[in-house]
Ligand binder design. Structure first.
Ligand code: HEM
Length: 330
């Protein structure tokens, strides 16, 4: 069956059986509402939980910037001193009980809230995909709908096969995200482009990248599938209690002509990568389940000196996260 890994991820935790029994018809409401409706159908409704990336763990640490970062952007984040950061790691899908080592738990997510010196906050929301399967919110809704209509008994070509035929990144993006040995041993990518603005007003498009200081450590899929269902979520607290986990926070800089409005298109590896600072994760919060309820990470919650680009996915995400937050807060 022509199912991309990302599409398979969307069928996690028995969602496929549910889908076969319940064809999705989400015609009402905004694109964001339709997207969350399809997610709720694929993954089930789980009160109080996120529509996507439902399973997670919250930790705390700090960010220490480099002087290279301060040259690229006037953001106070890069002026120093170090600022506190709240981090939520997560598994993909809206299934809160998904096994951490399941293929469907990819891409893993990392969401960060930087507590800036003036009392404001800045969010960065990244995942382990190298690039996204689609470029717009409408396409993402349509991909989810296509997955929901393409169970094993669906007539050929299935909706998903037809979708993938015209959206090539949907067939390949999923395979770029793999199961790590630890949430602290995986690289997380910004995928969407943002824009640095320096003190003279000069603009530089970039993509975030969080690289584990100890290097990536990926498990063969078969080994990951045999691990304890909570092997990632339960490992991070004891790990950082023993020794803080560190990530290099980097920016891949676009060159003239690199597309900033299409998250399906990674920029060439030859593009300059600048170290922005070090993220140090030093402790898990005492009650992660309670802490994550109150947290909302918004991809456009930035600060003076860092702006959104013309990437339409950013606003699509903002709208969808707001709908999901509204529903999980009821
Ligand atoms: C149109 C595209 C996308 C849609 C519709 C979407 C949808 C969602 C939704 C509904 C949530 C739950 C939000 C909440 O209840 O707080 C979520 C969480 C998340 N998404 Fe997305 N997403 C998209 C693209 C992306 C991309 C491009 C990335 C990373 C590069 C990403 C990473 C994450 C992460 C890490 C979380 C968990 C946030 C947390 O820990 O609170 N998503 N997404």
């Amino acid at each position: 069956m022509l199912l991309s890994r990302y599409a398979q991820a969307l069928l996690a935790g028995g969602a496929l059986a549910l889908v076969m029994a319940t064809p999705v018809v989400a015609q009402d409401g905004s694109t964001a509402e339709q997207t969350i409706d399809v997610m709720n159908t694929l993954f089930g409704k789980h009160p109080g939980k996120r529509a996507n990336h439902a399973k997670g763990v919250v930790a705390e640490g700090s960010f220490t910037p480099t002087s290279e970062a301060a040259a690229l952007s006037k953001a106070s984040l890069f002026k120093g001193p170090a600022v506190p950061v709240t981090v939520r790691f997560s598994d993909a899908t809206g299934v809160p009980t998904i096994a951490d080592g399941a293929a469907n738990a990819n891409p893993h997510g990392m969401a960060l809230k930087f507590k800036l010196g003036d009392g404001s906050e800045m969010d960065v929301v990244v995942n382990s995909l190298a690039y996204f399967p689609v470029a717009t919110g409408e396409e993402f809704r349509d991909l989810l709908k296509a997955v929901s209509e393409s169970g094993p008994n669906a007539a050929k070509p299935t909706s998903l096969e037809r979708f993938v035929a015209t959206h090539p990144a949907a067939a390949t993006a999923g395979a770029t995200a793999k199961s790590p040995t630890s949430l602290a041993r995986q690289t997380y990518n910004g995928v969407n482009a943002f824009v640095f603005v320096d003190k003279d007003g000069k603009r530089q498009p970039f993509r975030f990248r969080f690289v584990p200081a100890e290097g990536e450590e990926i498990l063969p899929a078969a080994d990951a599938a045999k691990r304890d269902p909570n092997y990632l979520m339960s490992e991070i607290g004891p790990r950082v209690a023993k020794e803080p986990a560190r990530f290099k926070v980097q920016a891949q800089l676009a060159e003239a002509g690199d597309p900033t409005n299409d998250a399906t298109k990674p920029w060439p590896n030859s593009r300059k990568v600048v170290d922005l600072g070090i993220l140090t994760i030093s402790k898990a919060v005492p009650d992660s389940a309670e802490a994550e309820k109150a947290l909302l990470f918004m991809p456009n919650a930035l600060t003076d000196g860092i702006e959104v680009s013309d990437d339409p996915l950013i606003d699509a995400r903002v709208q969808a996260y707001a709908v999901s937050y509204g529903r999980r807060s009821q």
